[in-house]
Design a binder for this molecule. Structure first.
Ligand code: ANZ
Ligand code: ZN
Length: 837
């Protein structure tokens, strides 16, 4: 009977993987519920946009997350590991226009396909908790959260010059403008005046900044990016009265130590005082034309350091409140209306932009801060001096250090009522209106009588109409849909109109991690007890491209909910891992470069376990990963090697019966002891590498060495003398550590060993500290070539430790005495020769 032939001769990954995937699904192996008696662990990977196919970046992201989830599950934690879809967005609408297919249909079929691919990867998700942000039972709560913000005064509508992408025919948030272009299509963004909805993220600027300190488990780089994006700066606002008028120009500066060096003033082109000051002067026409020209340029075009500085005199002067001097007022491209007060004081001697400006327009400059040890002369300067120094020509402040003068001058300004200390942020309110169809409708009704009326919570969701037309270049499809737009006012019953814009999809992703805790509830946005148990996310994993956008928005949402007492913590993600990119031939995989490796092909040829193993082995998670066909091949060969090993022993191991007491305490030969040493050291190393550092690559490499050790035992030790208990232990631990990386083959081995139940319900293997101990060797210690001592030490002891032991030995000491040690010769594991004179 071939009954003990539990493992097939050949490693048939297709068979193994599909069999276990099906079995796990039937068992509901990865379904998880709250268990207050157990510590929880929430492992989350950024949910994908359903673009059609998984790419290698996804595969890497989700494989890393799966290892973390599986490892924590085996550590006895209650692990929440969900998956869903960031399913609203423009590509669906573009597909609709191009292929005449409804965005919903396009999206849902992509989801079905990608879900399938994820299942084939053997990911340990609780699929019952899947969410899709485009489903009414999800976006209903996005709308509800919008109304919560509205109630708290955190959502408001205003007319503003906003970033408009002509290609996508929609506005963009500041965070979605990259180098002046649209984050999605790269088209140059232009400014447009529109009534739009904003979220008041700026009222959380301080906390978003301060709480970065709480995030010890975040990469420093991401925190710095957020800090810069928020851009807190402390300075003063000072009023410069306009000569001959009642108006005063308020400026913001962080360098009030340079106030005595002001030689001109500059207003932003949009500054309300510009038309007023220039009216009736000979400069009026030129200035008006200049301002018009500026309006359609983007911020980046206007303010990039390389951009030519351009400006015009307005024909008016201001008075420096500190020294009473008259300075000309200009308008220039490099001052932004959106920052500070939209006006600056020009200090060309100490600000490089101002320096360039005065060189171009022949305005004067004056040094008011002298570098330590030298004395600058205006005529000789080739660039601005921007460092601190000693105050010069600065009235009562002359002679002070410029850094010390900052506080003194600020005090002076406040005492005299000339201005006040202020804090400015680079962060702007979050513009969330999008003129597109495939997004969450903004739940607001405009009534001729009542004005802006929020849709009552019980009327949510405001559903997207299904019968819409998608025409390239047309207005928002919602605006053209009369059945949708016409609606009775919930307040007074008169006919009103719906808001026809939808929300930025970054709203959907700002709270999805909360919905996973109670995806089923249709009573609330989420159930309090679920969220209190599961949140915050213990480990979040995703790409660095979200360092500012998604991660900042999510932190904002979490804080708003925290302030409402709805969530247990002010920060959503305790630890963050940003994985590196997947490269091929040194470049990011992309269709245009033609270097894409399709996950499907790899899965078909080698299976999920190999794909996962290769990806984890090729590089540590934060580093970029260079795709290597040879590497994939190597991972595949390794699994085959494991398979053959198990094949050779499984039958015998199954027949062993229960393990007797103390089998590892006596009767072991040297080979048994050293094999056990490798096995237990491997378990120790994998445990440490995975839990402390996410060094999956070195963990896997240790497992490979362990398999080598097993083979060498198998080949070297006479079959009669092979200790089956030692082998059984080794293979069992091998399966257990492999379970987190290559879950299917591990499960198959488990059953082959005769174990019942899933390996994925087993505890993480322990190691025996006794077995881990290094083997001892005897080191001969010589002095000038003559044997004086023998030391018994662990085999892996470093040279320095042997030296210290040797020099402490009485017999060695008595042979050295006062003599000088000339050199020490070290032959590892054998000899230490001390040469003395
Ligand atoms: C005078 C001065 C002298 C300045 C000097 C700098 C150096 P941060 O740190 O980014 O807040 N500024 C203020 N508002 C501006 C606007 N709307 N558009 C363009 N520039 C503006 O930078 C603050 C500095 O940026 C301010 O300090 C102001 O120039 C400029 F030696 O004032 B400073
Ligand atoms: Zn009304």
């Amino acid at each position: 009977m071939k009954g003990d032939r539990y493992v097939k001769e050949r490693y048939d990954f297709r068979d193994v993987e599909s069999k276990w995937q099906q079995a796990w699904a039937e068992m509901g192996l990865y379904n998880i519920d709250r268990d207050p008696g157990k510590p929880k662990y929430y492992c989350l990977e950024m949910f994908p946009y359903p673009s059609g196919d998984l790419h290698m970046g996804h595969v890497r992201n989700y494989t890393i997350g799966d290892v973390v989830a599986r490892f924590n599950r085996m550590q006895g934690r209650q692990v929440l590991h969900p998956m869903g879809w960031d399913a609203f967005g423009l590509p669906a609408e573009n597909a609709a226009m191009k292929h005449n297919i409804h965005p919903a249909q396009w999206t849902y079929s992509n989801i079905a396909r990608m879900r399938d691919q994820l299942k084939q990867m053997g990911m340990s998700y609780d699929w019952r908790r899947e969410v899709a942000s485009c489903k009414p039972d999800y976006y209903r709560w996005s709308q509800w959260l919008f109304l919560l913000m509205y109630e708290k005064g955190l959502a408001y509508r205003k007319k503003a010059a906003v970033n408009w992408c002509p290609q996508c025919a929609t506005v963009l948030a500041n965070e979605q403008v990259e180098d002046g272009g649209c984050w999605r299509c790269g088209t140059l963004v232009v400014k447009k005046e529109l009534e739009q909805w904003f979220l008041r993220i700026t009222s959380y600027a301080d906390r978003l900044l301060d709480d970065l300190q709480l995030l010890e488990g975040w990469p420093e780089r991401v925190k710095v990016m957020q800090e810069n994006w928020i851009g807190r700066s402390e300075g003063v606002e000072v009023g410069f009265p306009v000569k001959g008028m009642d108006d005063s120009i308020r400026i913001f500066t962080t360098r009030h130590d340079t106030l005595y060096g002001v030689t001109y003033m500059v207003l932003a082109p949009e500054h309300p005082l510009v038309p007023k000051l220039v009216r009736g002067t000979p400069h009026e026409e030129k200035v008006t034309r200049f301002v018009e020209g500026m309006r359609c340029l983007s911020e980046v075009e206007r303010t990039s350091l390389e951009a030519e500085k351009e400006g015009h005199f307005l024909g008016a002067c201001a008075i420096n409140p500190l020294n009473g001097e008259e300075v000309p007022i200009w308008v220039a491209n490099y001052v932004l209306m959106e920052y500070g007060t939209g006006a600056v004081m020009g200090v060309p001697a100490h600000d490089q932009r101002d320096f360039e400006f005065v060189k171009k327009y022949g305005l004067g400059l004056r040094v008011v801060i002298q570098p330590p040890g030298t004395h600058l002369v205006e005529e000789d300067m080739t660039e601005a001096y921007t460092e601190p120094g000693l105050m010069d020509k600065s009235g009562p402040f002359t002679g002070m250090s410029s850094t010390g003068a900052l506080d003194k001058i600020a005090d002076f300004i406040e005492e005299k009522g000339l201005g006040k200390r202020v804090i400015n942020y680079r962060l702007r309110d979050w513009l969330i209106s999008r003129q597109r169809y495939w997004g969450t409708p903004i739940p607001i009704i405009y009534c001729p009588g009542c004005g802006e009326v929020p849709v009552p919570a019980e009327d949510l969701p405001v559903k997207l109409p299904e019968d819409v037309e998608f025409k390239p270049g047309g207005p928002s499809p919602l605006a053209g849909n009369a059945g949708y737009v016409q609606v009775k006012c919930p307040g007074c019953g008169t006919m009103g109109q719906r808001e026809t814009d939808t929300m930025d999809t970054f709203i959907c992703s700002s709270w999805y991690y909360l919905r996973y805790a109670s995806p089923w509830t249709d009573k609330r946005v989420f159930e309090e007890e679920d969220v209190m148990y599961w949140l915050p996310v213990d480990q979040y994993i995703g790409g660095i491209e979200h360092a500012v956008l998604h991660l900042l928005y999510s932190r904002f949402f979490m804080k708003v909910l925290y302030d409402s007492g709805m969530v247990p913590a002010p920060e959503p993600f305790t630890n963050l891992l940003t994985q590196g990119m997947v490269l091929k031939d040194g470049a990011v995989m992309s269709k245009s470069k033609g270097n894409v490796v399709a996950p499907d092909d790899i899965m078909r040829r080698y299976g999920a376990d190999t794909a996962r193993l290769f990806i984890l082995f090729a590089s540590p998670p934060e580093k970029d990963l260079e795709w290597s066909d040879a590497g994939v091949e190597g991972a595949y060969r390794f699994l085959n090697r494991v398979w053959r090993l198990v094949n050779a022993y499984a039958g015998t191991i199954r027949g062993l019966g229960p393990q007797p007491e103390g089998v590892f305490e006596h009767g072991l030969i040297e080979d048994d002891i050293s094999l056990r040493r490798v096995v237990h050291r491997t378990v120790k190393k994998v445990t440490e590498d995975v839990s402390q550092r996410f060094n999956f690559n070195t963990a896997i490499s240790a497992i490979m060495e362990m398999v080598n050790a097993l083979y060498s035992y198998k080949e070297r030790v006479d079959p009669q003398r092979q200790n089956l208990w030692v082998i059984a232990e080794a293979i069992e631990k091998l399966a257990l550590v492999l379970a987190v990386f290559s879950p299917h083959i591990a499960e198959e081995i488990w059953r082959a060993l005769g174990r019942e139940g899933s390996i994925h319900l087993e505890a993480w293997p322990a190691y025996d500290p006794e077995a881990v101990k290094a083997e001892d060797v005897t080191i001969v210690v010589q002095v000038n070539g003559r044997v004086r001592e023998r030391l018994t030490v662990p085999v892996d002891i470093p040279e320095q430790a042997v030296r210290e032991l040797a020099l402490a030995s009485e017999r060695v000491k008595s042979n050295i005495r006062e003599k000088k040690v000339l050199k020490v010769i070290w032959v590892p594991q054998k000899l230490l020769n001390i040469v003395v004179s």
